[in-house]
Design a protein around this ligand. Structure first.
Ligand code: F0G
Length: 461
């Protein structure tokens, strides 16, 4: 036999295993009903393959676990803080670091420092917690992502790019004084894990320098973004992921990071900047909301795991296999004609629920319904990213009606194998086959903030 193409395999072997629990269809029907048809309200014990999120769900390496034993649990000046500071400087390129308990802790502090009441914060599509903190600080988020990002079938290689004409229009409408910074996300979560190009960031930098607007970046998945730059952008094929990450970050005054993603840890976040004044204020605020500035709500061992995770996240074998796994299942789904957001994203596959369940109107929550149906079919847990996640308009009180009505299958790093991908794929195809018989839902409980986490639903008859 002639081998046409050599495969890649997971670049690790398994040293510790965690058994998975199989459940019956009856068990799952009971569990999802009890959880108000919201996958966030399921007990993880009732889940078979958990694709709810890639946040804090990754597997740590033996090197990271060894580092956990070296936790220096001093209240102040833990040596693990200094190791983390060194690696943030070395890999992200920022001099000043403030650790936080997770990403939203850093978003809270950045928003409080930079935003005044009545300000506008342009960004490449909203993220739930990011926008909420910007709004709680008195700002209004304005989406300036390119139109292609709102079209699930458009094949633009950098759907996370910013439309400078939209930004210019906002500047003309409200004036630069009301725009404290541009909020740039690296691989845009809500657009389907789509990257932003270095070219676009450079053009944005020229625009922002001219208008004296700051640039801040949500670098939560900047390593995944760097991989897409390496594989898709001219002139970057021969650069290392570490070099691309460092160049990417060099255009920003500062970043905030949920370390629970790229950085391969179960908990942690950070804020890093080259601006001493912002750092000084952040260091002050972190004491109020998170903990002393040398631990920010984290144990010493957590900071050590993060410092070591940062070293591992930029290894090419790792990131290639991580994104390769997402592409593997994504390509199977495309072949089976299941509607997904294209191009395939970095951390997740997004099913296009508007097309998948085209007979269910958006007010009957097609994506929420689809996530529940997939769980009932196989115990695979996914999540809604559509009208429920988009929340309500803060002025009119009506739902926001996002163009994208998606179900996210999010892949933890280094946790599942290719066989898990096959099982997941087969379940989705089965649900797709019987899609016409699926009915929508109504919301019977709605919390005030980030409603998707705790809202409850009932099946329509
Ligand atoms: N920014 C982005 C792009 C995120 O994806 C998240 C979290 C945060 C900020 C907030 O960080 O959770 O550590 O407080 N995203 C998770 C997800 C929840 O499932 O996509 P956090």
């Amino acid at each position: 036999m002639k081998i046409k193409k050599r495969s890649w395999a997971e670049p690790f072997k398994i040293k510790v295993v965690e058994p998975l629990k199989m459940t019956s269809r009856e068990d799952r029907l009971k569990a999802i009903k009890k959880g108000g048809y919201n996958t966030f309200l399921l007990k993880s014990d009732d889940v078979y393959i958990d694709l709810l999120t890639d946040s804090g769900t990754s597997a740590m390496s033996d090197y990271q676990w060894a580092g956990m034993m070296l936790g220096d649990e001093a209240y102040a000046g833990s040596k693990n803080y200094y190791n983390l500071e060194d690696n943030v400087k070395k890999y992200y390129g920022f001099k000043y670091l403030v650790p936080t308990h997770q990403g939203r802790g850093a978003e809270h502090i950045v928003s409080k420092i930079l935003i005044k009441k009545g300000d506008y914060i342009p960004g490449n599509m909203y993220f739930t917690t990011t926008r909420l903190h910007q709004e709680l600080a008195g700002g209004t988020f304005v989406d300036v992502i390119i139109d292609e990002a709102h079209d699930p079938d458009n094949l633009h290689p950098f759907k996370g790019n910013i439309d400078l004409n939209k930004l210019d229009k906002l500047v003309k409408e409200v004036g630069v004084k009301k725009i404290p910074y541009v909020s740039v996300a690296a691989t845009v979560n809500m657009a389907g894990g789509q990257p932003i190009s270095i070219q676009n960031v450079k053009e944005l930098k020229v625009f922002c320098d001219k208008h004296r607007i700051k640039m801040w970046c949500d670098a939560t998945r900047a390593v995944e973004n760097a991989y897409f730059i390496k594989t898709r952008e001219k002139g970057y094929a021969n650069k290392t992921i570490a070099e691309i990450l460092k160049e990417f970050c060099s255009y920003f005054e500062g970043i905030w990071v949920s370390a629970k993603k790229d950085c391969l840890v179960n908990i942690g976040g950070l804020l890093a900047t080259r601006n001493w004044k912002v750092f000084e204020e952040a260091r002050n605020l972190v004491v109020v909301y998170e903990g002393l500035h040398t631990y920010g709500g984290l144990a010493g061992r957590d900071m050590e795991a993060m410092a070591r995770g940062i070293e591992e996240m930029v290894e090419l074998d790792h990131i290639k296999a991580r994104i390769g796994q997402v592409e593997y299942i994504g390509n199977l789904l495309i072949k089976a004609k299941v509607p997904i957001v294209k191009p395939i994203g970095g951390h997740a596959i997004f099913l296009n629920a508007k097309k998948f369940l085209s007979h269910i109107p958006q007010t009957q929550f097609p994506a929420q319904t689809l996530a529940a149906e997939i769980y009932i079919d196989s115990g695979v847990r996914t999540m809604e990213r559509g009208i429920v996640s988009a929340g309500r308009n803060k002025v009119t009180g009506d739902h926001n009606y996002p163009k994208l009505e998606l179900v996210r299958l999010t892949f933890p790093r280094r946790v599942y194998t290719q066989a898990h991908m096959d099982v997941t794929f087969e379940s989705i195809v089965e649900v797709f086959e019987k899609r016409k018989s699926i009915k929508g839902m109504k919301m019977i409980y709605e919390p005030k903030y980030l409603r998707f986490f705790q809202a409850r639903f009932e099946k329509l008859k």
